[in-house]
Design a protein around this ligand. Structure first.
Ligand SMILES: [Zn+2]
Length: 434
């Protein structure tokens, strides 16, 4: 198998490399980051994903712990009650970061955990114990699922387990076996998945929308369009037969080493509300991904440029192409607006905005920009007409004043039923009397 750095990065697959780097850096910081590569068969997405395991930074764990306990934060049933001294007495070891696959034939018990039959039937001292499944054993590492759309279609039970594990960061897992105490523990696992949306049963977001939304990034992968790239791929096949050079693992920076400026957060909050994004996960992902993109680019601040770069992968599966284009345009306008005043601060438009305008003017300026943008209920290509709706949508911040509303009283005062004559109990329209 080719290793990660040896694979040819053509334009169609380049975003997947970046997504993997972002996910690895997030996982290195103890923050799961799930990615889903979608593309036609044979575009190389699974090769890239499988090759990435060679460059994952290793982990240090309590010696022999199959749950990969961090010596500083033991979480497994065997070690979580130990004192730092007791943990130190066991010792620690450095092992490759877990990279495990879940196949379509996997059973829920083998994925979550089940009774350890080996220990139960042991000759010397039979004991009932739990054997952690693929997910708890991949703690602090990666789980890979190929053809996740098919898995979601044919193994809804496995899809439910993934929904639980990917629902929070870190996720939680519960191992239950009759006769044994239930074990619950946190799991920090990044799920990487691949699928071909053109093959049966179709794209994941049609099969299980909720599961599709759990992925932070949806990365479209396409074939190389350039003959030069295809030539390079063919030529690179020779490398497999040469001696493998030592491969340096990715050495990502820590997520918490770069603060998120308030202006970036304010921009994200505005995007969420103004463009009516459905899932809060979308803006949470955008924030994390923008920080990691900045770190991986060697930048010391998070800027709107970093946000623009990760936008298509964080929102491609969560909103329409029109809205995505409008948000991208919004960010471009924001960048252009920030650059107007001083070229010295142009490198960091977010910082410039507060310095130059103060929070009040910043808000007013942001709303004036927003008023020019298309909204979900007002698509850009909508035919003319309905001027009232245009006026209503022109300023999203403005609420109608009650003073301007026309209040019409009912034509007759209400009368209790007991005071009505029998013929008045049956209402008829005025026309019927004519
Ligand atoms: Zn442990």
């Amino acid at each position: 198998m080719m290793t990660f750095p040896q694979l040819i990065r053509h334009r169609g697959i380049e975003p997947l490399f970046r997504a993997i780097e972002i996910s690895v850096a997030a996982q290195y910081s103890g923050h799961p980051f799930h990615i889903h590569a979608e593309g036609l068969r044979g575009t190389g997405k699974t090769s890239v994903i499988r090759a990435a395991q060679k460059v994952l930074p290793p982990i240090t764990r309590i010696r022999g712990c199959i749950y990969n306990c961090d010596p500083a934060k033991p979480h497994c049933p065997l070690h979580r009650h130990l004192s730092p001294g007791e943990v130190a007495a066991i010792g620690s070891e450095t092992v490759p970061r877990p990279f495990l696959e879940i196949s379509h034939s996997a059973k829920a018990g083998s994925v979550v955990g089940s009774i350890d039959l080996g220990k139960l039937t042991g000759q010397e001292a039979p004991v009932a114990a739990l054997l952690p499944g693929t997910i708890p054993q991949a703690h602090r590492g990666i789980i890979f699922i190929d053809e996740i759309n098919r898995l979601a279609d044919t193994c809804p039970e496995l899809a439910d387990i993934l929904l639980d594990v990917m629902g929070t960061k870190p996720g939680r897992i519960q191992i239950e076996e009759p006769g044994l105490p239930t074990v619950e523990m946190p799991v920090s696992v990044s799920v990487w998945a691949a699928s071909n949306p053109d093959e049966d049963p179709g794209p994941l977001h049609h099969i299980r929308k909720q599961l599709a939304d759990r992925f932070d990034f949806l990365v479209p992968v396409s074939q190389p369009q350039d003959p030069q790239a295809v030539f390079a791929i063919l030529k690179s096949r020779d490398v497999q037969f040469t001696a493998q050079a030592a491969i340096a693992p990715l050495s990502p920076a820590r997520l918490d080493s770069l603060p998120v400026p308030d202006d970036i957060r304010r921009t994200l909050a505005t995007i969420y509300v103004a463009f009516q994004l459905e899932s809060l996960r979308a803006v949470e992902t955008l924030e994390t991904a923008a920080v990691l993109e900045a770190l991986l680019s060697g930048s010391s601040t998070v800027s709107l440029d970093h946000l623009s770069r990760v936008l298509p992968f964080a929102l491609g599966h969560r909103t329409s192409a029109e809205i995505l284009a409008a948000i991208q345009k919004f960010l471009e306008d924001l960048k252009a607006g920030g650059r107007g005043a001083s070229s010295a601060a142009a490198a960091s438009p977010g910082v410039l905005l507060t310095r130059r305008s103060g929070p009040g003017r910043f808000k007013a300026w942001l709303y004036s920009l927003l008023s020019r943008l298309p909204r979900r209920d007002r698509p850009p290509q909508r035919p003319s007409g309905a001027p009232e709706a245009e006026k209503r949508n022109a300023s999203p911040a403005k609420m109608p004043s009650p003073r301007d509303s026309v209040i019409t009283a009912p034509p007759k005062p209400a009368t209790p039923l007991s005071e009505l004559a029998d013929e008045q109990l049956i209402a008829t329209s005025p026309k019927a009397h004519d």
